[in-house]
Ligand binder design. Sequence first.
Ligand SMILES: [Zn+2]
Length: 603
Amino acid sequence: MGQRIPEETVEHIRRSVDIVDIIQQYVSLKKQGRNYFGLCPFHGEKTPSFSVSPEKQIYHCFGCGAGGNVFSFLMDIEGITFIEAVKRLAPRANVDLSHVVDEHPTAERKETATMIAAHELLKKFYHHLLMHTNEGEEALNYLLQRGFTRELIEQFEIGYALPSWNAAVTFLANKGFSLPLMEQAGLIVKKSGEDSYFDRFRHRIMFPIHNHQGETVAFSGRALGNEEPKYMNSPETPIFNKRHILYHFHEARLPMRQKQQVILFEGFADVIAAVQAGISHAVATMGTALSEEQARMLRRNASSVIVCYDGDRAGIDAALRASETLVEAGCYVKVAMIPDGLDPDEYVRRYGADRFRHHVLDASLSLTAFKLEYLKRGRHLQNESERLRYIEEAVKEISRLSNAIEADYYLRQLANEFSISMDALREQMMIYGKKQVEQKQERRETVVVPVKAKLLPAFQKAERMLIAHMLRDKAIAFAVQEAIEGAFNVEEHRAIAAYLYAFYEEGHEPDVSSLLERIHDPQLKRIVTELSMIPINEDISSAELRDYIQCVLNYPKEQLLKQKEAQLRDAERQKDYERAKRIASEMIALRKSLHFGRRGING
Ligand SMILES: [Zn+2]
């Protein structure tokens, strides 16, 4: 049986951590005014509308409406339960909750946790075999000969799988893991038509693959000899989604944030080589093309990406595709090409770390410069017609640039290189450029406080403003309670007001983050975070407050008046003067009460 975590403990933990610190581990934030802004991790965007308030200890996205406190952030971004989120932050508050077991982990969550646990154990087993056994010696020597140091092997937790059909099967069974589940985890394979299993990885050097929290979720096994395939990866499993996971991301996150740059490789061996060369802000895809999700993940952590793929034809094509995806995600992209058709791993081993840093990374080209170079390949530019074709395509490429100064720079280069007049090139660019330039005008990245010009009716605006003030000021909340109690016209606003009155009546001071702990409806949470983040004039005058209250109270009466007006017209049309007279006097009373509403708040 699990336990509940006492409310005071939850509160204590929440108060001990800074939401900015936590969110910053996932999203690059820039301070602007009182709040921090960044790209929302919950929806794709190019301009930041995700805001974090250190004062209120909450976050809110003006784009997709996501919002809440530090616990809800962890729950949403990690897909964990409330208890797990509290447990994860407990050590930061020096609270030990390791004995608390989540009462309601979903069956699915239990299974993935078991799969991860099996990977973690197997990783240690493989690593031990490589480092400390006779069976592992051949593999260890192989690595050492290829320039891997022991330190690097330790750092990447590299291991060795025995040339056995059942070493992993036996190991996992002895540890009590269910073999069908281990098959689902991709660690072992079921014999067809039989109820027995064999090891997926045999006689291979084992590279563990981590998810973005640093948990082991897959392996890549490298053949020791010439066996095919050279690299064998775990299949897609519930814990290993190749389109989401980037190799080394959990380690690279901090350095890439600090540098606001990341080096993207095609293979994990390249990342290891880069780390060996002293480059820690490096990640790699897992044998698939860079996905939009991966591009967005990189963009959230760094503004510029250097794509460093193999120097062969396939590598160049893949680099161009990845670059397009990255540009779409709002990254500034540079391309580093490895000479001689080598891959980065081979290059580092052949020429060393320094040369890789200075001759490859430092020499990386802007995406446009790279494409202009690329367009030249295989063309005989001495030939007049080929030269013209090249210039035409180059101009077309340059016309895609949104920045006029940049476009001018490349045009000038082209003009010099081929002795053509700038006017002629500009003219040509106009033909291609017009449409695209217009489309891309909004690409510039600026941090703007998003003021959503919502076209809301006046009474809704008034209710929103009132709640926004009530969330920040207890006295205003009580004043509103006295004037209108629960007479908000929008149902959600009524519910929020009820929570808020109760919260203040219990003696709490304004604290949105704490209030959010009591509200379970996600829709209400969103509204609360949004309203507490919208900019308001904090010293609201009592006249302003009165106007809002009056607007809220008058709305249902105004609606009623409209109905009466229609009824009155109807009665007059039917020449039912008695009824018309009655309706008219009702309307007078209603109008008076509108007026009363105005004075009523005064006294
Ligand atoms: Zn969002």
